[in-house]
Ligand binder design. Structure first.
Ligand code: PEP
Ligand code: CO
Length: 483
Protein backbone atom coordinates (compact mmCIF):
# COMPACT_ATOMS: atom_id res chain seq x y z
CA UNK A 1 0.00 0.00 0.00
CA UNK A 2 2.51 2.62 -1.04
CA UNK A 3 -0.07 4.85 -2.72
CA UNK A 4 -0.86 8.13 -1.00
CA UNK A 5 -4.54 8.22 -0.18
CA UNK A 6 -5.73 11.50 -1.46
CA UNK A 7 -8.90 13.43 -0.68
CA UNK A 8 -10.92 14.30 -3.74
CA UNK A 9 -14.17 16.01 -3.03
CA UNK A 10 -16.02 17.20 -6.08
CA UNK A 11 -18.52 20.03 -6.27
CA UNK A 12 -21.99 18.64 -6.93
CA UNK A 13 -22.31 19.62 -10.60
CA UNK A 14 -19.01 17.93 -11.32
CA UNK A 15 -20.07 14.98 -9.21
CA UNK A 16 -22.89 14.20 -11.61
CA UNK A 17 -20.43 14.25 -14.48
CA UNK A 18 -18.09 11.98 -12.58
CA UNK A 19 -20.74 9.41 -11.89
CA UNK A 20 -21.47 8.69 -15.51
CA UNK A 21 -18.83 10.21 -17.64
CA UNK A 22 -15.50 9.69 -15.95
CA UNK A 23 -13.29 7.34 -17.97
CA UNK A 24 -16.03 6.17 -20.31
CA UNK A 25 -13.32 4.58 -22.39
CA UNK A 26 -12.21 2.25 -19.59
CA UNK A 27 -12.94 -1.44 -20.11
CA UNK A 28 -16.29 -2.63 -18.79
CA UNK A 29 -16.26 -4.97 -15.82
CA UNK A 30 -16.51 -8.64 -16.64
CA UNK A 31 -15.47 -12.10 -15.51
CA UNK A 32 -11.88 -11.81 -16.72
CA UNK A 33 -11.52 -8.62 -14.69
CA UNK A 34 -12.37 -10.51 -11.51
CA UNK A 35 -9.30 -12.71 -11.73
CA UNK A 36 -7.07 -9.73 -11.13
CA UNK A 37 -9.04 -8.29 -8.23
CA UNK A 38 -7.23 -7.83 -4.92
CA UNK A 39 -8.30 -6.04 -1.72
CA UNK A 40 -5.92 -3.21 -2.68
CA UNK A 41 -7.04 -2.94 -6.35
CA UNK A 42 -9.01 0.19 -5.44
CA UNK A 43 -5.75 2.14 -4.95
CA UNK A 44 -5.43 2.55 -8.74
CA UNK A 45 -8.76 4.43 -8.87
CA UNK A 46 -9.98 7.83 -7.74
CA UNK A 47 -10.83 7.45 -4.03
CA UNK A 48 -13.23 10.16 -2.91
CA UNK A 49 -13.78 11.34 0.66
CA UNK A 50 -10.59 9.76 2.00
CA UNK A 51 -8.41 11.55 4.55
CA UNK A 52 -4.88 12.56 3.66
CA UNK A 53 -2.64 10.68 6.09
CA UNK A 54 0.51 12.71 6.67
CA UNK A 55 2.69 9.66 7.31
CA UNK A 56 2.41 6.91 4.69
CA UNK A 57 4.74 4.53 6.55
CA UNK A 58 2.53 4.68 9.62
CA UNK A 59 -0.50 4.05 7.41
CA UNK A 60 1.10 0.92 5.90
CA UNK A 61 2.12 -0.29 9.34
CA UNK A 62 -1.38 0.17 10.75
CA UNK A 63 -2.96 -1.66 7.79
CA UNK A 64 -0.44 -4.49 8.15
CA UNK A 65 -1.17 -4.89 11.84
CA UNK A 66 -4.94 -4.80 11.38
CA UNK A 67 -4.74 -7.42 8.65
CA UNK A 68 -3.26 -9.88 11.19
CA UNK A 69 -6.06 -9.50 13.72
CA UNK A 70 -9.05 -11.85 13.92
CA UNK A 71 -12.15 -10.95 11.92
CA UNK A 72 -15.11 -9.20 13.55
CA UNK A 73 -17.75 -11.31 11.80
CA UNK A 74 -17.66 -14.67 10.02
CA UNK A 75 -18.34 -15.69 6.44
CA UNK A 76 -21.13 -18.05 7.54
CA UNK A 77 -22.97 -15.18 9.26
CA UNK A 78 -22.49 -13.13 6.11
CA UNK A 79 -23.93 -15.92 3.97
CA UNK A 80 -26.93 -16.33 6.33
CA UNK A 81 -27.70 -12.64 6.04
CA UNK A 82 -27.39 -12.83 2.26
CA UNK A 83 -29.96 -15.65 2.21
CA UNK A 84 -32.32 -13.58 4.38
CA UNK A 85 -31.90 -10.51 2.18
CA UNK A 86 -32.70 -12.69 -0.83
CA UNK A 87 -36.04 -13.45 0.82
CA UNK A 88 -36.63 -9.76 1.49
CA UNK A 89 -35.99 -9.02 -2.19
CA UNK A 90 -38.89 -11.27 -3.15
CA UNK A 91 -41.22 -9.91 -0.45
CA UNK A 92 -40.89 -12.70 2.11
CA UNK A 93 -39.01 -10.73 4.74
CA UNK A 94 -38.56 -7.08 5.62
CA UNK A 95 -35.30 -5.28 6.43
CA UNK A 96 -35.01 -2.92 9.38
CA UNK A 97 -31.65 -1.14 9.38
CA UNK A 98 -30.87 1.61 11.86
CA UNK A 99 -28.46 3.31 14.18
CA UNK A 100 -26.38 6.44 14.55
CA UNK A 101 -25.27 8.59 11.65
CA UNK A 102 -21.81 8.21 13.19
CA UNK A 103 -20.89 6.21 16.26
CA UNK A 104 -18.38 7.88 18.51
CA UNK A 105 -15.64 6.16 20.49
CA UNK A 106 -16.87 7.91 23.65
CA UNK A 107 -20.34 6.43 23.29
CA UNK A 108 -19.10 2.85 23.15
CA UNK A 109 -20.88 2.40 26.47
CA UNK A 110 -23.21 -0.17 27.93
CA UNK A 111 -26.37 1.94 28.14
CA UNK A 112 -26.00 3.47 24.67
CA UNK A 113 -25.55 0.03 23.11
CA UNK A 114 -28.40 -1.62 25.00
CA UNK A 115 -30.76 1.26 24.28
CA UNK A 116 -30.04 1.03 20.56
CA UNK A 117 -30.62 -2.71 20.65
CA UNK A 118 -33.85 -2.20 22.57
CA UNK A 119 -35.36 0.32 20.19
CA UNK A 120 -34.45 -1.81 17.16
CA UNK A 121 -36.03 -4.85 18.82
CA UNK A 122 -39.18 -2.93 19.70
CA UNK A 123 -39.50 -1.50 16.20
CA UNK A 124 -38.97 -4.92 14.70
CA UNK A 125 -41.71 -6.38 16.87
CA UNK A 126 -44.11 -3.72 15.67
CA UNK A 127 -43.07 -4.35 12.05
CA UNK A 128 -43.45 -8.14 12.38
CA UNK A 129 -46.94 -7.62 13.67
CA UNK A 130 -47.87 -5.12 10.98
CA UNK A 131 -46.21 -6.70 7.95
CA UNK A 132 -46.76 -10.35 8.95
CA UNK A 133 -43.27 -10.93 7.65
CA UNK A 134 -40.08 -11.92 9.42
CA UNK A 135 -37.92 -8.89 10.00
CA UNK A 136 -34.16 -8.82 9.42
CA UNK A 137 -32.52 -6.63 12.04
CA UNK A 138 -29.37 -4.84 10.95
CA UNK A 139 -27.69 -2.26 13.17
CA UNK A 140 -25.77 0.70 11.80
CA UNK A 141 -23.27 -0.09 14.51
CA UNK A 142 -20.03 -1.79 15.52
CA UNK A 143 -18.08 0.08 12.83
CA UNK A 144 -20.04 3.16 11.69
CA UNK A 145 -17.11 5.46 12.42
CA UNK A 146 -16.16 7.11 9.10
CA UNK A 147 -18.03 10.02 7.49
CA UNK A 148 -17.93 11.59 4.03
CA UNK A 149 -17.56 15.37 4.33
CA UNK A 150 -18.54 18.00 1.81
CA UNK A 151 -15.22 19.79 2.13
CA UNK A 152 -11.74 18.44 2.75
CA UNK A 153 -10.95 21.30 5.12
CA UNK A 154 -12.95 23.33 7.59
CA UNK A 155 -12.13 27.02 8.08
CA UNK A 156 -12.88 28.91 11.29
CA UNK A 157 -11.71 32.47 11.94
CA UNK A 158 -9.35 32.24 8.97
CA UNK A 159 -7.76 28.98 10.16
CA UNK A 160 -8.14 25.94 7.88
CA UNK A 161 -7.83 22.44 9.34
CA UNK A 162 -8.80 19.03 7.95
CA UNK A 163 -12.52 18.34 8.33
CA UNK A 164 -13.66 15.85 10.95
CA UNK A 165 -13.94 12.54 9.05
CA UNK A 166 -15.30 10.47 11.95
CA UNK A 167 -13.62 9.00 15.02
CA UNK A 168 -11.82 6.32 13.02
CA UNK A 169 -9.86 9.09 11.24
CA UNK A 170 -9.48 12.10 13.56
CA UNK A 171 -11.13 13.96 16.44
CA UNK A 172 -13.85 16.64 16.28
CA UNK A 173 -12.12 19.34 18.41
CA UNK A 174 -10.93 22.21 16.21
CA UNK A 175 -7.19 22.16 16.82
CA UNK A 176 -4.29 20.98 14.73
CA UNK A 177 -3.52 17.87 16.76
CA UNK A 178 -7.12 16.63 16.99
CA UNK A 179 -7.81 17.08 13.32
CA UNK A 180 -4.63 15.42 12.03
CA UNK A 181 -5.66 12.06 10.45
CA UNK A 182 -4.05 9.29 12.48
CA UNK A 183 -3.95 5.80 10.91
CA UNK A 184 -3.71 4.17 14.35
CA UNK A 185 -7.27 5.33 15.03
CA UNK A 186 -8.26 2.49 12.65
CA UNK A 187 -6.96 0.15 15.34
CA UNK A 188 -9.05 1.96 17.96
CA UNK A 189 -12.09 1.69 15.63
CA UNK A 190 -11.52 -2.03 15.17
CA UNK A 191 -11.29 -2.46 18.94
CA UNK A 192 -14.44 -0.42 19.65
CA UNK A 193 -16.28 -2.45 17.02
CA UNK A 194 -15.10 -5.67 18.67
CA UNK A 195 -16.16 -4.45 22.12
CA UNK A 196 -19.58 -3.45 20.83
CA UNK A 197 -20.10 -6.74 19.00
CA UNK A 198 -18.92 -8.78 21.95
CA UNK A 199 -21.48 -7.11 24.20
CA UNK A 200 -24.30 -7.49 21.65
CA UNK A 201 -23.53 -11.15 21.06
CA UNK A 202 -23.43 -11.83 24.82
CA UNK A 203 -26.73 -10.03 25.41
CA UNK A 204 -28.43 -12.00 22.66
CA UNK A 205 -26.97 -15.34 23.76
CA UNK A 206 -28.14 -14.59 27.28
CA UNK A 207 -31.75 -14.25 26.14
CA UNK A 208 -31.96 -10.45 25.99
CA UNK A 209 -33.76 -10.61 22.64
CA UNK A 210 -36.06 -13.51 23.51
CA UNK A 211 -39.60 -12.83 22.33
CA UNK A 212 -40.95 -14.44 25.51
CA UNK A 213 -39.47 -11.59 27.50
CA UNK A 214 -40.01 -8.27 25.78
CA UNK A 215 -39.86 -6.70 29.24
CA UNK A 216 -36.05 -7.21 29.14
CA UNK A 217 -35.84 -4.66 26.38
CA UNK A 218 -38.33 -2.17 27.64
CA UNK A 219 -36.82 1.27 27.95
CA UNK A 220 -37.54 3.27 31.08
CA UNK A 221 -39.36 5.96 29.21
CA UNK A 222 -41.68 3.61 27.25
CA UNK A 223 -44.24 4.21 30.00
CA UNK A 224 -44.27 7.92 29.29
CA UNK A 225 -44.50 7.60 25.53
CA UNK A 226 -47.70 8.88 23.95
CA UNK A 227 -47.73 5.55 22.08
CA UNK A 228 -47.22 3.34 25.16
CA UNK A 229 -50.68 1.80 25.07
CA UNK A 230 -50.39 0.79 21.44
CA UNK A 231 -46.95 -0.69 22.02
CA UNK A 232 -48.10 -2.81 24.99
CA UNK A 233 -50.99 -4.06 22.89
CA UNK A 234 -48.58 -5.18 20.16
CA UNK A 235 -46.39 -6.93 22.72
CA UNK A 236 -49.44 -8.67 24.18
CA UNK A 237 -50.54 -9.94 20.77
CA UNK A 238 -47.08 -11.28 19.94
CA UNK A 239 -46.86 -12.97 23.34
CA UNK A 240 -50.22 -14.62 22.68
CA UNK A 241 -49.10 -15.87 19.27
CA UNK A 242 -45.89 -17.29 20.73
CA UNK A 243 -47.83 -19.14 23.43
CA UNK A 244 -50.47 -20.28 20.93
CA UNK A 245 -47.81 -21.80 18.67
CA UNK A 246 -46.21 -23.58 21.61
CA UNK A 247 -49.50 -25.00 22.81
CA UNK A 248 -50.56 -26.07 19.37
CA UNK A 249 -47.32 -27.74 18.33
CA UNK A 250 -45.94 -28.72 21.71
CA UNK A 251 -42.65 -27.31 20.51
CA UNK A 252 -40.89 -24.48 22.27
CA UNK A 253 -40.30 -21.58 19.92
CA UNK A 254 -37.24 -20.53 21.88
CA UNK A 255 -34.96 -21.16 18.92
CA UNK A 256 -37.27 -19.55 16.46
CA UNK A 257 -37.96 -16.57 18.63
CA UNK A 258 -34.34 -15.86 19.57
CA UNK A 259 -33.58 -13.15 17.06
CA UNK A 260 -30.45 -12.46 15.09
CA UNK A 261 -28.71 -9.14 14.82
CA UNK A 262 -26.46 -8.21 11.96
CA UNK A 263 -24.12 -5.24 11.58
CA UNK A 264 -23.55 -2.73 8.81
CA UNK A 265 -21.64 0.45 8.15
CA UNK A 266 -20.71 2.68 5.25
CA UNK A 267 -17.59 1.08 3.77
CA UNK A 268 -16.03 4.48 3.29
CA UNK A 269 -12.50 4.30 4.68
CA UNK A 270 -10.93 1.98 2.16
CA UNK A 271 -7.59 1.27 3.89
CA UNK A 272 -9.58 -0.09 6.86
CA UNK A 273 -11.99 -2.13 4.74
CA UNK A 274 -9.06 -3.51 2.77
CA UNK A 275 -7.24 -4.64 5.92
CA UNK A 276 -10.34 -6.52 7.09
CA UNK A 277 -10.90 -8.32 3.76
CA UNK A 278 -9.76 -11.91 3.86
CA UNK A 279 -9.93 -15.27 2.13
CA UNK A 280 -11.71 -17.91 4.16
CA UNK A 281 -10.94 -21.66 4.24
CA UNK A 282 -13.32 -23.75 2.11
CA UNK A 283 -14.96 -20.74 0.50
CA UNK A 284 -14.30 -19.00 -2.77
CA UNK A 285 -13.45 -15.35 -3.05
CA UNK A 286 -12.87 -12.58 -0.54
CA UNK A 287 -15.02 -11.53 2.41
CA UNK A 288 -14.99 -8.17 4.12
CA UNK A 289 -15.02 -9.41 7.70
CA UNK A 290 -15.35 -5.95 9.31
CA UNK A 291 -19.14 -6.13 9.06
CA UNK A 292 -21.92 -8.24 7.56
CA UNK A 293 -23.48 -5.69 5.25
CA UNK A 294 -21.37 -2.71 4.10
CA UNK A 295 -22.80 -0.02 1.85
CA UNK A 296 -21.48 2.51 -0.66
CA UNK A 297 -22.53 6.06 0.22
CA UNK A 298 -24.20 8.32 -2.29
CA UNK A 299 -21.10 10.47 -2.72
CA UNK A 300 -18.77 7.60 -3.55
CA UNK A 301 -20.82 5.60 -6.07
CA UNK A 302 -18.83 6.76 -9.15
CA UNK A 303 -18.82 3.85 -11.57
CA UNK A 304 -15.08 3.79 -12.19
CA UNK A 305 -14.08 5.02 -8.77
CA UNK A 306 -12.35 3.24 -5.92
CA UNK A 307 -15.41 2.26 -3.86
CA UNK A 308 -17.19 0.44 -6.67
CA UNK A 309 -13.89 -1.24 -7.52
CA UNK A 310 -13.43 -2.42 -3.93
CA UNK A 311 -17.03 -3.55 -3.41
CA UNK A 312 -17.27 -5.56 -6.61
CA UNK A 313 -14.62 -7.95 -5.31
CA UNK A 314 -16.12 -8.83 -1.91
CA UNK A 315 -18.67 -11.60 -1.40
CA UNK A 316 -20.76 -9.81 1.25
CA UNK A 317 -24.26 -8.62 0.54
CA UNK A 318 -23.79 -4.94 -0.29
CA UNK A 319 -25.94 -1.84 -0.66
CA UNK A 320 -25.64 1.36 -2.65
CA UNK A 321 -27.27 4.64 -1.60
CA UNK A 322 -28.98 6.40 -4.47
CA UNK A 323 -30.05 10.03 -4.22
CA UNK A 324 -31.30 12.89 -6.37
CA UNK A 325 -27.84 13.86 -7.66
CA UNK A 326 -28.30 11.11 -10.25
CA UNK A 327 -31.09 12.60 -12.34
CA UNK A 328 -33.87 10.40 -13.74
CA UNK A 329 -32.48 10.68 -17.27
CA UNK A 330 -29.15 9.25 -16.10
CA UNK A 331 -30.64 6.33 -14.20
CA UNK A 332 -30.99 3.76 -17.01
CA UNK A 333 -27.29 3.92 -17.82
CA UNK A 334 -26.12 4.32 -14.24
CA UNK A 335 -28.21 1.44 -12.92
CA UNK A 336 -27.34 -0.88 -15.78
CA UNK A 337 -23.63 -0.24 -15.34
CA UNK A 338 -23.53 -0.43 -11.56
CA UNK A 339 -25.57 -3.64 -11.63
CA UNK A 340 -23.12 -5.10 -14.17
CA UNK A 341 -20.21 -4.14 -11.93
CA UNK A 342 -21.63 -5.26 -8.58
CA UNK A 343 -24.29 -7.83 -9.36
CA UNK A 344 -23.20 -9.58 -12.57
CA UNK A 345 -24.47 -13.04 -11.59
CA UNK A 346 -27.82 -12.00 -10.09
CA UNK A 347 -26.81 -13.84 -6.92
CA UNK A 348 -29.82 -13.83 -4.56
CA UNK A 349 -29.46 -11.29 -1.74
CA UNK A 350 -26.28 -9.73 -3.13
CA UNK A 351 -27.43 -6.21 -4.01
CA UNK A 352 -29.62 -3.66 -2.24
CA UNK A 353 -30.41 -0.14 -3.40
CA UNK A 354 -31.17 2.31 -0.61
CA UNK A 355 -33.01 5.24 -2.14
CA UNK A 356 -32.94 8.55 -0.28
CA UNK A 357 -34.65 11.19 -2.36
CA UNK A 358 -36.48 13.33 0.21
CA UNK A 359 -40.24 13.77 0.58
CA UNK A 360 -40.41 16.46 -2.08
CA UNK A 361 -38.40 14.60 -4.73
CA UNK A 362 -39.34 10.96 -4.32
CA UNK A 363 -42.29 11.11 -6.75
CA UNK A 364 -40.08 12.56 -9.48
CA UNK A 365 -37.19 10.11 -9.05
CA UNK A 366 -38.32 6.77 -7.67
CA UNK A 367 -40.41 5.55 -10.65
CA UNK A 368 -37.39 6.02 -12.91
CA UNK A 369 -35.17 4.09 -10.51
CA UNK A 370 -37.64 1.20 -10.31
CA UNK A 371 -37.97 1.14 -14.10
CA UNK A 372 -34.20 1.11 -14.54
CA UNK A 373 -33.88 -1.80 -12.10
CA UNK A 374 -36.59 -3.76 -13.89
CA UNK A 375 -34.81 -3.16 -17.19
CA UNK A 376 -31.70 -4.96 -15.89
CA UNK A 377 -33.76 -8.13 -15.39
CA UNK A 378 -31.95 -8.74 -12.10
CA UNK A 379 -33.32 -8.84 -8.58
CA UNK A 380 -32.36 -5.97 -6.31
CA UNK A 381 -33.71 -5.40 -2.80
CA UNK A 382 -35.22 -1.91 -2.62
CA UNK A 383 -34.97 -0.04 0.69
CA UNK A 384 -35.86 3.54 1.64
CA UNK A 385 -33.67 5.79 3.77
CA UNK A 386 -36.11 8.61 4.58
CA UNK A 387 -33.52 10.59 6.55
CA UNK A 388 -30.82 11.91 4.22
CA UNK A 389 -33.04 13.60 1.64
CA UNK A 390 -34.93 15.48 4.35
CA UNK A 391 -32.19 17.38 6.17
CA UNK A 392 -32.74 21.10 6.71
CA UNK A 393 -31.28 23.91 8.82
CA UNK A 394 -33.33 25.82 11.38
CA UNK A 395 -33.20 29.62 11.57
CA UNK A 396 -30.65 29.15 14.36
CA UNK A 397 -28.47 27.08 11.99
CA UNK A 398 -29.15 23.67 13.60
CA UNK A 399 -29.28 20.65 11.28
CA UNK A 400 -32.60 18.86 11.68
CA UNK A 401 -35.23 16.70 9.97
CA UNK A 402 -38.94 16.73 10.50
CA UNK A 403 -40.82 13.61 11.54
CA UNK A 404 -43.58 14.47 9.08
CA UNK A 405 -41.19 14.68 6.08
CA UNK A 406 -39.63 11.36 7.05
CA UNK A 407 -43.04 9.71 7.32
CA UNK A 408 -44.17 11.33 4.09
CA UNK A 409 -41.20 9.96 2.14
CA UNK A 410 -41.86 6.47 3.49
CA UNK A 411 -45.56 6.58 2.71
CA UNK A 412 -44.90 7.88 -0.80
CA UNK A 413 -42.25 5.21 -1.35
CA UNK A 414 -44.60 2.42 -0.30
CA UNK A 415 -47.28 3.63 -2.75
CA UNK A 416 -44.87 4.32 -5.62
CA UNK A 417 -43.33 0.85 -5.35
CA UNK A 418 -46.78 -0.73 -5.42
CA UNK A 419 -47.87 1.38 -8.40
CA UNK A 420 -44.72 0.48 -10.34
CA UNK A 421 -45.00 -3.28 -9.78
CA UNK A 422 -42.25 -3.29 -7.13
CA UNK A 423 -42.32 -3.43 -3.34
CA UNK A 424 -40.53 -1.63 -0.57
CA UNK A 425 -38.37 -4.31 1.04
CA UNK A 426 -36.98 -2.40 3.98
CA UNK A 427 -36.25 0.84 5.80
CA UNK A 428 -33.01 2.53 6.86
CA UNK A 429 -33.13 5.00 9.77
CA UNK A 430 -30.77 7.19 11.72
CA UNK A 431 -31.99 6.71 15.26
CA UNK A 432 -30.94 6.29 18.84
CA UNK A 433 -32.49 4.58 21.85
CA UNK A 434 -31.83 7.70 23.89
CA UNK A 435 -33.97 10.66 24.64
CA UNK A 436 -32.31 13.23 22.36
CA UNK A 437 -33.96 16.19 20.60
CA UNK A 438 -32.50 16.27 17.10
CA UNK A 439 -35.51 15.80 14.78
CA UNK A 440 -38.64 17.93 15.05
CA UNK A 441 -42.25 16.68 15.22
CA UNK A 442 -43.68 13.36 16.33
CA UNK A 443 -46.34 12.81 18.97
CA UNK A 444 -44.68 15.26 21.34
CA UNK A 445 -44.52 17.92 18.64
CA UNK A 446 -40.88 18.96 19.12
CA UNK A 447 -40.26 22.36 17.57
CA UNK A 448 -37.11 24.04 16.23
CA UNK A 449 -36.77 25.77 19.61
CA UNK A 450 -36.78 22.47 21.51
CA UNK A 451 -33.78 21.12 19.63
CA UNK A 452 -31.16 22.69 21.87
CA UNK A 453 -32.44 20.75 24.92
CA UNK A 454 -30.81 17.44 24.01
CA UNK A 455 -28.92 17.70 20.73
CA UNK A 456 -26.01 15.25 20.91
CA UNK A 457 -25.24 14.15 17.34
CA UNK A 458 -21.91 15.33 15.92
CA UNK A 459 -23.20 14.83 12.40
CA UNK A 460 -26.78 14.07 11.27
CA UNK A 461 -29.93 14.39 13.44
CA UNK A 462 -31.46 11.10 14.63
CA UNK A 463 -34.97 10.05 15.55
CA UNK A 464 -35.18 9.66 19.31
CA UNK A 465 -36.66 6.63 21.03
CA UNK A 466 -40.27 7.80 20.97
CA UNK A 467 -40.12 9.11 17.43
CA UNK A 468 -38.56 5.87 16.18
CA UNK A 469 -41.19 3.69 17.84
CA UNK A 470 -43.98 5.91 16.60
CA UNK A 471 -42.56 5.82 13.07
CA UNK A 472 -42.54 2.00 13.14
CA UNK A 473 -46.15 1.99 14.29
CA UNK A 474 -47.28 4.41 11.61
CA UNK A 475 -45.68 2.51 8.75
CA UNK A 476 -46.29 -1.06 9.94
CA UNK A 477 -49.90 -1.15 8.82
CA UNK A 478 -49.06 0.38 5.48
CA UNK A 479 -46.69 -2.47 4.75
CA UNK A 480 -49.14 -5.36 4.87
CA UNK A 481 -48.33 -7.57 1.88
CA UNK A 482 -50.99 -7.43 -0.83
CA UNK A 483 -51.15 -11.18 -1.49
C1 PEP B 1 -25.20 8.36 5.82
O1 PEP B 1 -25.83 7.30 5.68
O2 PEP B 1 -24.88 8.83 6.94
C2 PEP B 1 -24.85 9.15 4.60
C3 PEP B 1 -23.82 9.96 4.56
O3 PEP B 1 -25.74 8.93 3.62
P1 PEP B 1 -25.72 9.24 2.06
O4 PEP B 1 -24.55 8.51 1.49
O5 PEP B 1 -27.04 8.67 1.62
O6 PEP B 1 -25.67 10.72 1.90
CO1 CO C 1 -26.09 10.48 8.12
Amino acid sequence: MGQPVEVRVLPSALYREAILFRDRTEPKYGESHMNDWKPESWTSRAALHQPTYPDQDQLSEAIGELAQLPPLVTSSEIESLKAELAQAAVGERFLLQGGDCAESFAECASSVITNKLKILLQMSLVLVQGTQRRVIRVGRFAGQYAKPRSTKDETRDGIALPSYFGDIVNRPAFDERSRRPDPWRMMRGYERSALTLNFIRALIDGGFADLHHPEYWELDFVKHSPRAKEYYETVRKIGESVRFMETLTGISVADLSRVNFYTSHEGLLLPYEQAMTRQVPRRNGWYNLSTHFPWIGMRTAGLNDAHVEFFRGIRNPIAVKIGPSIEPAMLPEFVSRIVDALHPDDEPGRLTFIHRYGASKVAEHLPALIKAVHATGRTVLMVCDPMHGNTRKTAAGIKTRSFEDILQELESSISIHAECGSHLGGVHFELTGDNVTECTGGARGLTDDDLQDGYRSLVDPRLNYEQALEMAMLIANRLVPSS
